[in-house]
Design a protein around this ligand. Structure first.
Ligand code: AGP
Length: 630
């Protein structure tokens, strides 16, 4: 989810008729900073060389660096704001990465899945590396091809040909931009499973990870397709596939204003992030298993022998992240047969918990800075437990203080109310559970491969729900005057009901409560009166233990007392229709994976109802994105 900008302007003789590349790139990075702010960097081509500056932290740190150590005027440049995946947010790991004797600069968004084997190949050729990133490996590969395979000779196709050959070797998701001192009026870019758009100017052309990278200069854009390479100069835009076959890009007019461009054209970051969820799940899955369904959690640096001896798992988290842990508990216990407790971090360390060297602590935190969770992790470490962090923010405090980390790759989550991070956290926790089952032999490789195959179908199924969101939006708008909404669920549907209630509380400031459906008759059913809205998350009718029948009878219990029932059910489940004012169907999926789908209508409902009340859904009252106090 990094921010990427490229620019080539025009010179009439020695007079720059274009903009100074530095100004264009910095402006673009400012608009793209929401995509990542772990570090930022710029490279320009001037006077036959590449000049670059890069700094960890926010863009303002780079600006200060540039004031202290200015770059030369230039017509050609690239820039990057980083959301770290491989390698912490340090100066060295910041982009651009240089190669070919510092005459080539590369920036990257995505994950190079085969970077480790490429790095070994390049090390054997005597290439040295200055960072721990997969991006530097891509830069070194590009430089090696340009210099040694193409002899640095423009007549052999130059940087464009080198990019084509390099992309034929790369696996994973990537947007790459490159400039070379030999070709001062060219930027070459490539994309696979990661966004890139071209901005068309008059005597100048632009590249951006989205249109906000150049919206201040042009509204004419060209979206690039999968596995395409684009070469821009001030006056030309040439597109090919990875093998040099020419391709056409379709031009379109950008009708967003700059502010909405940062939200991908959505009215709020929250709505954008709800729509980011297919990609958040996909990116979290990417690169973590091989074609045989073997999990390869390279970053999970905990001694496998220790993981085999784990006899208890305690999940530590707060809020939405705690509900992600509660969902994951069902899967982890089912797959690994390890007792798994989910504890609210702020309660955990005051209850004299039973923790020892055979306890595995799994903290779940989007920000990695939640003080309650950090203090709980520290306490558990003092008791001798091993700690794994599931976190969305590279290099934040909780992963740094944990023995190992499994990053969610949801991209920066700007809206205070967590959505895409929640689904990514569940996905990461499932990967951890499957990894433990693989390590301890609880499941055959074929079984794990089947679960991974089901997980890999989830992004498309989420998209299917999003494509049909109008109906649930209308209900949210229609219920803007609701004073109280209840949410029921069983099994993995129970934490989903809790999360649905939390979204409504956070965004619409109305009373909402989630219950285990079976618990209703033990007291809460007294709340039911005529017209009381009740959401019910219904399990698949194909599931076991007749859970479905039990939940349908819970629906009848509340309807008998006047409740208005809104049901989230699996496609094809006709039985629920007789007991619901509204039914929202989600695609079929195995029971344990259903929360990745059933949560989405509840997020959309809360967003629509709060928006209908005119509330700020990105920054709700009284809340903060990261609660860094106990
Ligand atoms: C979720 O919508 C809330 N913003 C809040 O409950 C959040 O999940 C909780 O504060 C934990 O934050 P963390 O994931 O950054 O640790």
């Amino acid at each position: 989810m990094c921010g990427i900008v490229g620019y080539v302007g025009h010179s009439a003789g020695r007079v720059n008729t274009g903009h100074n590349a530095l100004d264009v790139v910095l402006e673009g990075l400012r608009r793209l900073e929401y995509r990542g702010y772990d570090s930022a960097g710029i490279a320009v081509v001037a006077d036959g060389t590449i000049s670059s500056r890069k700094k960890s932290g926010k863009l303002s740190n780079l600006v200060a660096e540039l004031e202290a150590s200015p770059l030369p005027e230039s017509l050609t440049g690239i820039g990057h704001t980083r959301w770290a995946t491989h390698g912490g947010p340090t100066d060295q790991n910041a982009h651009p990465h240089l190669s070919d004797g510092d005459r080539l600069a590369v920036i990257h968004n995505g994950i190079i899945e085969n970077f480790a084997e490429l790095k070994q190949e390049l090390l054997r050729k005597g290439v040295t590396f200055r960072s721990e990133t997969d991006t530097e490996v891509a830069a070194a590969l590009l430089g090696d091809i340009y210099r040694n395979q193409l002899k640095g000779d423009a007549s052999n196709g130059g940087l464009t040909k080198a990019m084509q050959l390099a992309c034929q070797r790369l696996e994973g998701a990537f947007t790459l931009l490159a400039v070379h001192a030999d070709q001062p009026d060219v930027v070459v870019a490539a994309r696979r499973n990661s966004p890139l758009v071209v901005g068309l100017g008059d005597g100048e052309n632009f590249l951006g990870s989205d249109v906000s990278g150049f919206i201040d200069y042009t509204r004419r854009a060209v979206e690039l397709g999968q596995d395409q390479i684009v070469t821009i100069t001030a006056d030309t835009v040439e597109i090919t596939d990875f093998y040099g076959t020419p391709a056409e890009g379709k031009e379109y007019h950008v009708n967003w204003d700059p502010a909405s461009a940062e939200k991908g054209g959505f009215p709020s970051f929250m709505e954008k992030e709800i729509h980011d969820q297919p990609d958040a799940v996909l990116q979290t899955l990417l690169g973590r298993s091989d074609v045989n369904g073997k999990l390869t959690l390279d970053e999970l640096r905990v001694d496998p022998e220790l993981l085999k001896s784990v006899d208890k798992i305690i999940v530590l988290a707060c809020g939405t992240s705690a509900y992600a842990g509660q969902v994951a508990k069902y899967a982890i216990e089912h797959w690994c047969r390890i007792p798994t407790e989910v504890e609210l971090s702020h309660e955990f360390r005051y209850r004299d918990p039973i923790v020892d060297q055979n306890t595995l602590i799994v903290s779940i935190s989007q920000s990695g800075e939640t003080m309650d969770t950090l203090m709980a992790v520290r306490y558990a470490k003092e008791q001798g437990a091993k700690t794994v962090s599931i976190c969305n923010t590279n290099g934040s405090t909780i992963p740094r203080e944990s023995d190992a980390v499994l990053y969610t790759h949801a991209g920066p989550e700007i809206a205070v109310a967590s959505t895409k991070a929640f689904l990514a956290q569940i996905t990461a926790a499932y990967l951890l559970g499957l990894y433990l089952a693989q390590l301890r032999g609880n499941k055959f490789q074929g079984e794990i491969k089947d679960v991974l195959a089901d997980l890999n179908k989830i992004p498309a199924k989420i998209q299917q729900i999003l494509d049909n969101e109008a109906q649930i939006k209308e209900l949210g708008q229609a219920m803007a005057d609701a004073k109280s909404v209840l949410f029921l669920g069983r099994h993995v549907g129970f934490p989903v009901a809790m999360e649905g209630a939390l979204k409504l509380k956070e965004l619409a400031y109305i009373h909402a409560e989630g219950f285990a459906a079976g618990e209703l008759k033990h007291g809460p059913i007294a709340l039911i009166e005529e017209g009381q809205p009740v959401f019910v998350v219904v399990p698949s009718p194909r599931g076991r233990d007749s859970l479905h029948a039990k939940v349908v009878s819970n629906i009848q219990e509340v309807r008998a007392r006047g409740a208005k029932t809104i049901v989230i059910a699996e496609e094809g489940d006709e039985a629920v229709k007789a007991y619901a004012e509204h039914v929202f169907y989600i695609p079929e999926t195995p029971t344990l994976l259903a929360p990745l789908l059933s949560t989405v209508p509840l997020q959309i409902f809360a967003l629509a109802l709060a928006s209908a009340k005119g509330y700020d859904v990105d920054q709700p009252r009284n809340l903060a994105k990261s609660v860094t106090v106990e």
